[in-house]
Ligand binder design. Sequence first.
Ligand SMILES: *[C@@H]1O[C@H](CO)[C@@H](O)[C@H](O)[C@H]1NC(C)=O
Ligand SMILES: *[C@@H]1O[C@H](CO)[C@@H](O)[C@H](O)[C@H]1NC(C)=O
Length: 399
Amino acid sequence: MSLCSSVTTGTRKLRLMGKEEVVKDNATLASNLRPTNQCRTLLPMRLLQIFLMFVVLALGISVVSMHMIKYLKIQTLAPTTLISKCDERSTLESFIKSPSSVWHSMNDSELLWRASMEPRRLQYPFKRVPKISFMFLTKGPLPLAPLWEKFFKGHEEFYSIYVHTLPNYTSDFPSSSVFYRRQIPSQPVAWGEMSMCEAERRLLANALLDFSNEYFVLLSEACIPLRGFDFIYNYVSRSRYSFMGSVDEDGPYGRGRYSYAMGPEVQLSQWRKGSQWFEINRNLALDIVEDTVYYRKFKEFCRPPCYVDEHYFPTMLSIFYPHSLAKRTLTWTDWSRGGAHPATFGKSDITESFLKKLPQAKSCLYNDQPSQVCYLFARKFAPSALEPLLKLAPKVLGF
Ligand SMILES: *[C@@H]1O[C@H](CO)[C@@H](O)[C@H](O)[C@H]1NC(C)=O
Ligand SMILES: *[C@@H]1O[C@H](CO)[C@@H](O)[C@H](O)[C@H]1NC(C)=O
């Protein structure tokens, strides 16, 4: 309506300027009427315009929202971080390129199934650099992360990292960190129970999705590397054996944990014990991921005080591949203080001589020959150990 009145005044002014002085009442009336007439013809035009604008706008919104629905549907299947043009699955690269984030929306059964798919052809139609997959099993934070960052620096082509935390934990590593976006979808873990092995399987399965991962090392937030990256890479990749502890131990903590209900798949003579902290190759990792038979047996019949993470993989792999295991772990742990948990080392424990003696803390064989270096990793280290470790790393650890 304000539009109409401004038109009216405009017409009036025009008339005054034209000096039509014979302004009779009629004329005034007419001039008053004319703008109103004009207004009457203008109004429907405007309404029509506004109406058309609304129609165009509505069309626009509906087209946009249709696209949004499509987009959101894709989003619920996979997080944005996974969406890339490579996901068209039309190029070889889409299969072999490692994604920038390891997050996905598969549940455990979907993941294990997917991870058990393996190429059977021996030759790769691309340059495959075998990588070591470092799998961190932690409640949440990685207090020794700065030491690991230093360790990994400059070796990007030869490693990958996977982190399993409590499901409600969100890590906040900056994009410059090697741990950035390496957290996998996780489940709660109870110490000494099957959920621990399930978490390890989850880590292995996630790592298996990357075809270039050839070696798989399980670590905790309290682990440190005892040598530089190149040394560890060569030691692991040139070994004829996988470093899974596996001993036939008498007594209550060994054979004493066996249950005859585990037969016929697992006999007493096949029962093995080994450290939870392992290094295995791709073949063994696939066996762990695809297993359903032994999994059921151990889940049902190996419960505390049978600590399943010390028996399930060592026993099963010893049955499948007795000659592929080094039957020792690469991770040094101090059990000398007794009890259910190993010793933890803090700031005051970290000296040059302490760190130097760890790799050769016991005698061992490497590719069937006596070796000076038996351990490549060690645990457990408290957050307070970080500072002296960082200081001594260049001199003693070699990075
Ligand atoms: C995963 O999802 C599938 C399909 O919804 C379901 O059949 C299966 O039981 C789920 N597995 C787990 C471990 O939740
Ligand atoms: C996460 O869950 C665990 C138990 O599963 C609980 O102890 C802890 O307090 C939770 N943390 C947060 C940040 O909610």
